[in-house]
Design a protein. Structure first.
Length: 589
């Protein structure tokens, strides 16, 4: 049976620790900037601030290897295969960045190749002819650069070439402003939003069918619109041409938004996968997680990710599959907006937060003792297939140990604390709220986003998660108890939809609200058969799409869904600066 996963990927993300002089310290979980490769038929995943790497033989179950000899506190680790060796590098602004090489990564032992210049967000790439290139850059002022390296010493063979500049005027998804689907990005409200220039970062090179795909992230890791776009070229150092299908990785809505600064890899069966960075940014701007998404290239060479319902369970097939038709479990979300009760709740952190499909909101127990929890009522007529438990961190800064020294620079202490901070909890289901059956527990390991599947699934109405305390004795906290399966009944009915393009970068989509609909999935793209972008929306009847590119025509479809199924929408063209009435269409299943 193929393994099933659900974003965010359930890894024991490290806690990061920071203290700025004169201010309280900050503690938060962090995992970002994933580099994923297949090396000697195993998958290796390097993640910022992880203290090592994970490896897997199926892209679903991961084992950790610590690497204390690598620069584990340097952001944006890159890993590629060069001449049969696995080569690692990471980021520094103020000193040369070394490369680290091994042919036995599971040993944790790497050979250092001293660097000659500093770089940030690196990506190595070896072409079919054996020549090696480095791409790097992370700035809203300077571009992504590229240079050829000596394949043995990894020293530059020439001067760097400027390859990709930010262009928020032409590319709406690069605009560094509000991207909540309500406020136009140019309607700035804070000082940080008054500079709309994107951070262009996170380069990753893929060669497919003779074409070079230089991928990059924008506009900023703290934004829900953080995504990956790409340029193409017939040469590894360009010139490069912007793809109108950008961003090819973008998850602006739903429970786990953000899908930027990632990597794209082909598995052993010929399937493509993309991993990216999910935004939380509550405890700290760098509070982030990892997501994995089916990807591929269409008949015209367009790079895409299937990110429809990107935070719902998917299978990781152990065979060649269609990334659009063979990865979904078919399980629907049963818990959105359902009644929920808690053993206790801290003021302003009610139990309703665990079913609102917002990873940034949380329920917090009123005490720091064990045995706290929540119970979700998904209603009659449901078959429960899986439950995803999503831990949150509330006030762990006050609970964590203090820094042991101060330094004269801006960051008084910057460290990784420990990977071994398991939070105990159990998950149970019941038909009547009286007799309970346990379907899983954390098992003494750190499981912040564990998906528990239900063997021999049958009818069920109640889901209970009980646990605590949290990390370092903090109060037990949850940002989501997400229940998946089927609900008896029919999918939603058709809706009236209006779609109008407001300007080169934005469009307004509205639809009629119904009580039988939990939410909608707005799909859009540059042709009716290329609706490669999607945006999950709950509890609203309109969406401001702010991620369009100038000079590109778009089509849009609105799918409605509830616990009983999905009604697929019919693609209609976005009317350019026309009236809403002129673009009104009816959505049919």
């Amino acid at each position: 049976m193929d393994p099933v996963v659900c974003n965010p990927v359930d890894l024991p993300y490290f806690y990061s620790y920071q203290q700025v002089q004169g201010h309280p310290s900050m503690v938060w979980r962090e995992g970002a900037d994933p580099s994923l490769i297949r090396y000697r038929d195993r998958y290796f995943l390097f993640v910022s601030m992880s203290g090592g790497f994970w490896h897997s033989d199926d892209l679903a179950s991961w084992q950790f290897v610590p690497t204390p000899d690598l620069p584990i506190l340097d952001y944006a680790p890159d890993v590629r295969e060069i001449d049969g060796a696995l080569v690692f590098s990471a980021s520094k602004y103020d000193q040369p960045c070394s490369f680290w090489r091994t042919t036995d990564p599971l040993s944790g032992v790497f050979e250092e190749l001293p660097g000659t210049f500093p770089f940030w967000d690196p990506n190595l790439f070896q072409d079919d002819d054996g020549r090696v290139y480095l791409y790097w850059g992370c700035s809203n002022e300077t571009p992504i650069h590229g240079v050829e390296l000596d394949r043995t010493t990894l020293r530059p063979l020439g001067d760097p070439v400027d390859l990709i500049h930010g262009d928020h005027v032409a590319h709406g998804w690069e605009w560094k402003g509000p991207g909540d689907g309500v406020v136009a990005p140019e309607a700035v409200t804070t000082e940080s939003e008054k500079d709309p220039r994107p951070f262009v970062e996170g380069a990753w090179m893929t060669k497919f069918d003779g074409t070079y795909y230089l991928q990059y992230a924008a506009p900023g890791t703290e934004l829900n619109t953080y995504g990956d776009g790409y340029y193409t070229s017939g040469s590894p150092l360009g010139p490069f041409t912007y793809s109108p299908d950008s961003p090819f990785s973008s998850v602006p809505g739903g429970f786990a938004p953000g899908a930027g600064h990632g990597s794209t890899v082909e598995d052993r069966f010929g399937n493509w996968w993309h991993v990216g960075t999910i935004r939380i940014s509550v405890g700290h701007v760098f509070e982030r997680r990892i997501g994995i998404y089916p990807a591929g290239f269409d008949a015209d060479g367009a790079l895409f990710c299937n990110q429809e319902f990107a935070d719902h369970p998917i299978v990781i097939p152990q065979r060649r599959v269609d990334p659009w038709g063979d990865v979904s479990t078919g399980w629907r979300l049963l818990s959105f907006g359902r009644p929920v009760v808690a053993t206790s709740s801290l003021e302003r952190f009610s139990a309703a937060a665990v079913v609102d499909e917002d990873i940034r909101s949380m329920w917090v127990a009123a005490t720091a003792g064990a045995g706290e929890g929540v119970t979700v009522d998904v209603g009659d007529g449901c078959t429960i297939r899986a439950v995803q438990v999503n831990l949150a961190d509330h006030d762990v800064t006050a609970s964590a140990p203090p820094p042991d020294e101060l330094a004269p620079d801006e960051f008084a202490r910057r460290d990784l604390l420990t990977i071994d901070r398991p939070v105990p909890y159990v998950v149970e289901v019941s038909n009547d709220g009286v007799v309970w059956a346990r379907i899983g527990d954390a098992g003494g390991v750190d499981a912040p986003h564990r998906l528990f599947t239900v063997a021999d699934a049958a009818g069920g109405r109640y889901v209970r998660v009980t646990g605590g305390p949290g990390a370092w004795g903090s109060a037990f906290a949850l940002c989501g108890v997400r229940v998946f399966g089927e609900r008896a009944g029919d999918p939603p009915s058709t809706l009236d939809v209006a779609a109008v393009r407001l300007d080169d970068r934005t469009a307004r989509v509205t639809w009629s609200a119904t009580t039988e609909t939990d939410g909608v999935n707005v799909r859009y793209g540059r042709a009716p058969d290329k609706l490669y972008h999607s945006w999950l929306v709950y509890g609203r009847d309109d969406l401001l799409i702010s991620t369009l590119s100038a000079g590109v025509d778009y089509w849009v479809a609105v799918d409605t869904f509830n616990g009983s199924g999905v009604a697929r929408g019919v693609a209609v063209p976005l009317t350019r600066h026309g009236s809403i009435e002129s673009s009104r269409r009816s959505i049919t299943s």
